[in-house]
Design a protein around this ligand. Sequence first.
Ligand code: JEW
Length: 260
Amino acid sequence: MRLDIISIFPEYFSPLDVSLIGKARERGTLDVHLHQLRDWTHDVHKTVDDTPYGGGPGMVMKPEVWGEAIDSVIGPAGRPRLLVPTPSGRPFTQELAQELATEPWLLFACGRYEGIDSRVMAEYGSRLPVDEVSIGDYVLAGGEVAVLVMVEAIGRLLPGVLGNAHSAVDDSFAPGAMKNLLEGPVYTKPPVWRGREVPEVLLSGHHGKVARWRRDQALRRTVANRPDLVAGLDPAGLDKHDRRLLDELSFRAGPEDVAN
Ligand code: JEW
């Protein structure tokens, strides 16, 4: 997969040199190109922003600079998928990450200030697939961190990026996993740490009991931390034990109920 990133802070992307993504780049699975937006300015001050039409606080990124940068990166015949982080975008979900992981070429445009002049997205929307995307309901200072999040989520799905030591299959498709159900707690050695014991069922070797316990924990966590997901649980995927537990939990749901 080819990945181009345009930003006024290309130094922000040094994390892409290490770990999973760094190794994928060394092996050629990922071909990452960073670009300094200011390289496409023409004035001595390398200006990328201007005051917003209609008034209001802050500054807006100028369309001409973005147009020259994107034209130059895509070349005469290129047709990447253009992704623009913004708090007003469509949600970046695991499903979107999986879709993007099948694309041959992604171009990320990182805004700053109050964002990029909207005509840039309109212009390229008539030439390329363009998505404005939000990584969550909080406001960042720019698109760079959002791009790091997306590149990591997409990168780990590329063939061969996760070693076989990790799961080649996605976590949400692992046996017993289910859409809209959070993962339960995990433990490793030692069996007692600072007086805290690993739940004994996990040491029992009783696979059926382990599976049941893990499922209970997953349901408890989902109710406590993500009550919004409970309504979306597939009824066909819930056995009588699950339904009884959910009934018990529903009248006292809240984050304070889970100590794990
Ligand atoms: C995010 C890119 C670029 C994404 C998520 N745009 C905008 C904007 C900003 C502050 C206030 C209002 C609008 C800052 N900003 C970004 C924010 C992505 C940019 C400038 C972003 N949260 N924040 N999920």
